[in-house]
Design a protein around this ligand. Structure first.
Ligand SMILES: Cc1ncc(COP(=O)(O)O)c(C=O)c1O
Length: 359
């Protein structure tokens, strides 16, 4: 494939299939880290930039500002460099340092709210982004939480799913932050599959599906206390909301990397954890879709760093063992690895995990 712009590479990401209940239930993980900036947010950034260019005098170029946990900022920064716009990201110290470095590498500015090592400050950074746009008539704030071009950016994702899987999808279960990816894909899919079940997954401590509110470490997803849930979250389209702890989300990240070679970030860890729990007891014939929102390589200093993980998540080793056992017992892992040696090592690992669980 030959392209003339990087943005032509956005979308058409592959699916990883994992079978449950002896193949009667199938989970399809849309590998969104294969987008050029490594996350699903490339899709909505492209859609929001196209919409903004449509409204503005593009011959002057745009001054774009946006509050972001990192992936939207990275994608907007890349697209701004491609289109000749100026981009400033308002970020906080909760964002992975790799994401701030990526924004700068693409030529964007990072305006840091709070300290580099600091907390999630969603409300503060959103307020600042809006203020910067209000103070300067040439600056355009993308306002991803309320911007209809955000969910609209996922229409292609829904079309890709239909073309790969047909209309035979029973459930979409995935992370919810602004709501763009889940609600945008869900609305487009429901045009073809009216009885599709939609489940949103947010971190424990996030307030989209109610309290109690507290801090959480999964990046990019949920809405923390003090920030408001935007217009893009469409409660009418979501059938059910689930909450996932940091411990279970991060345990899933670690186990998926070791068993399937699939290295994802924390929000995808949480989504895939909930999707797997769903698949284990789903009715036979269920075909479930979830999104790997971004790659684990963006979190080498946190989720994939042993010292960080042990410091920040109580009892993480037990969560990892528990989830590894669940996957080994319920998924097609064994069927995929059909040599006697690997089957033996799986049996040994299960025996070890049972011993750990009973001590
Ligand atoms: C890593 C990650 N996961 C999940 C989300 C939530 O996606 P959405 O805003 O489409 O609900 C985001 C959004 O920034 C993200 O960056």
């Amino acid at each position: 494939m030959i392209v003339k712009t990087m943005s032509e590479l956005i979308g058409n990401t592959p699916l990883l299939q994992i079978d449950f209940q002896g193949g009667a239930v199938k989970l399809f993980i849309k590998l969104e880290m294969f987008n050029p900036c490594g996350s699903m947010k490339d899709r909505m950034a492209l859609s929001m930039i196209n919409a903004a260019e449509h409204q503005a005098d593009v011959f002057q170029g745009l001054n774009i500002v946006e509050s972001s946990s990192g992936n939207t900022a990275t994608a907007l920064s890349m697209l701004s460099s491609e289109r000749g716009h100026k981009f400033s990201a308002v970020m906080d110290g909760h964002a992975a340092s790799e994401k701030m470095d990526a924004v700068r590498a693409y030529g964007g500015d990072v305006i840091l709210v709070g300290s580099e090592e600091g907390k999630l400050l969603t409300a503060d950074r959103e307020e600042l982004a809006h203020k910067l746009a209000e103070d300067d008539e040439y600056t355009y704030c993308m306002a991803q939480h309320d911007n209809p071009a955000n969910p609209e950016g996922y229409r292609n994702l829904a079309e890709e799913l239909i073309s790969e899987l047909g209309p035979d999808i029973t459930c979409l279960i995935s992370a919810i932050g602004t709501g763009g990816s889940l609600c945008g894909t869900a609305r487009a899919l429901r045009e073809r599959i009216p009885d599709l079940q939609i489940i949103g997954v947010e971190p424990e401590g996030s307030i989209i599906f109610g309290g109690p509110a507290h801090n959480y470490l999964q990046s990019g997803t949920g809405t923390p206390d003090g920030a408001s849930v935007g217009l893009v979250v469409d409660y009418d389209v979501v059938d059910d909301g689930r909450k996932v702890s940091d411990a279970n989300a991060f345990a899933a990240c670690r186990v998926l990397a070791r068993l399937y070679g699939l290295m994802v970030g924390g929000s995808a860890g949480g989504s895939i954890y909930e999707a797997i729990c769903y698949c284990i007891s789903a009715p036979k014939g269920a075909r479930v879709v979830t999104f790997a929102c971004d790659a684990g390589t963006k979190y080498m200093d946190t989720i994939f760093n042993d010292a960080w993980l042990h410091k920040h998540v109580t009892d993480i080793d037990n969560h990892i063992c528990r989830f590894e056992k669940i996957l080994l017992e319920n998924s097609n892992y064994q069927a995929q690895q059909n040599t006697a040696r690997i089957a033996r090592s799986q049996a040994n690992r299960l025996a070890q995990l049972s011993a750990i669980a009973t001590t």
